[in-house]
Design a protein around this ligand. Structure first.
Ligand code: CP
Length: 305
């Protein structure tokens, strides 16, 4: 029996490095040959209190392609939340209708709370600026697939490193794999101190920069991120930093042959569309990898692999 059976995935710290690798291996086998019908009698609910394209639809695609069923809502406005229903009541009710709950919510800690009260496992699809662990697993999958390893890589993280939840979970996961980090952000959007402390405790090297044009040649992975407009309380502060980094094709000239550009998407302006035709642009394949990885997560938690 998998050690992940019935185990909620709320934070990337919930999984050991061995369990992370186990998910990647299962996802790889699903990419090679998808086990049609694996989720035949299973119902998965998706409760999205915040907008989403990739996470929600890739979960739905993942389940549909394995013969399972999806219930849920894509915005709280379509649910009884508008009548004042609490998160607790919604989660307890939906637990009756499904074998596993996937939840995205703007409040940090909401997925943890849901996992503590729900009688079925809960998967965090993003809680505020905190964590996005299923994105991290697909990011790890994409890194391993393109680099052939997770060990000893030089990872550049660019953009909103303060509010970007995908950055926070990925940083924690990669800290298990002897990674060197280069953080590129404006002063206002630097990686929170708590994350840097974790790296220091593990003896990992990290460097902070406000520009990366001169150093991009050292990168194995450039992980671009969007400035998270929805997390700013002052719109003027957002306006100041929104277009601070734009990756252009000319910047790729002296980069490593095998360097790949990742982005959790959606992008706004931070990757110029001219980059899309470069073989180093990997963000749309990265989004596809989300299907295999989310299938692996669901199948593991439901004890089907
Ligand atoms: N990467 C990601 O979380 O995208 P969505 O917001 O579209 O789900």
């Amino acid at each position: 029996m998998s050690s992940l059976q019935n185990k909620s995935l709320v934070s990337i710290n919930d999984y050991t490095p061995e369990e992370l690798i186990q998910i990647l291996d299962i996802a790889e086998s699903f990419e090679k040959k998808m086990p049609a019908g694996l989720l035949e009698d299973k119902v998965i609910s998706t409760l999205f209190y915040e907008p989403s394209t990739r996470t929600r639809l890739s979960f739905e695609s993942a389940v549909n392609r394995l013969g399972g069923h999806i219930v849920g809502f894509s915005e709280a406005a379509n649910s009884s939340v508008t009548k004042g229903e609490t998160l607790k009541d919604t989660v307890l009710t939906v637990s009756n209708y499904s074998d596993l709950i996937v939840i995205r919510h703007p409040v940090e800690g909401s997925a943890r709370y849901a996992s503590e009260i729900a009688p079925v496992p809960v998967v965090n699809a993003g809680d505020g600026a905190n964590q996005h662990p299923t994105q991290t697993l697909l990011d790890l999958y994409s890194i391993r697939k393109t680099q052939g390893t997770l060990d000893g890589l030089n990872i550049f993280m660019v953009g909103d490193l303060k509010y970007g939840r995908t950055v926070h979970s990925l940083l924690i996961a990669l800290s298990e794999f002897n990674t060197t980090f280069n953080f590129i952000s404006p002063e206002e959007l630097r990686v929170p101190e708590g994350y840097k402390l974790i790296l220091e405790k593990k003896g990992l090297k990290y460097y902070e920069h406000t520009d990366f044009t001169e150093i991009i040649s050292r990168a194995d992975i450039v992980y671009m991120t969007r400035v998270q407009r929805e997390r700013f309380s002052d719109p003027l502060e957002y306006e100041k930093v929104k277009n601070i980094y734009i990756l252009r094709k000319s910047m790729l000239e002296n980069t490593k042959e095998n360097m790949r550009i990742l982005h959790p998407l959606p992008r706004v302006n931070e990757i110029d569309t001219s980059v899309d035709s470069s073989p180093k642009a990997y963000y749309f394949q990265q989004a596809l990898n989300g299907v295999y990885v989310r299938q692996a997560i669901i199948a593991s938690i439901l004890g089907l692999v």
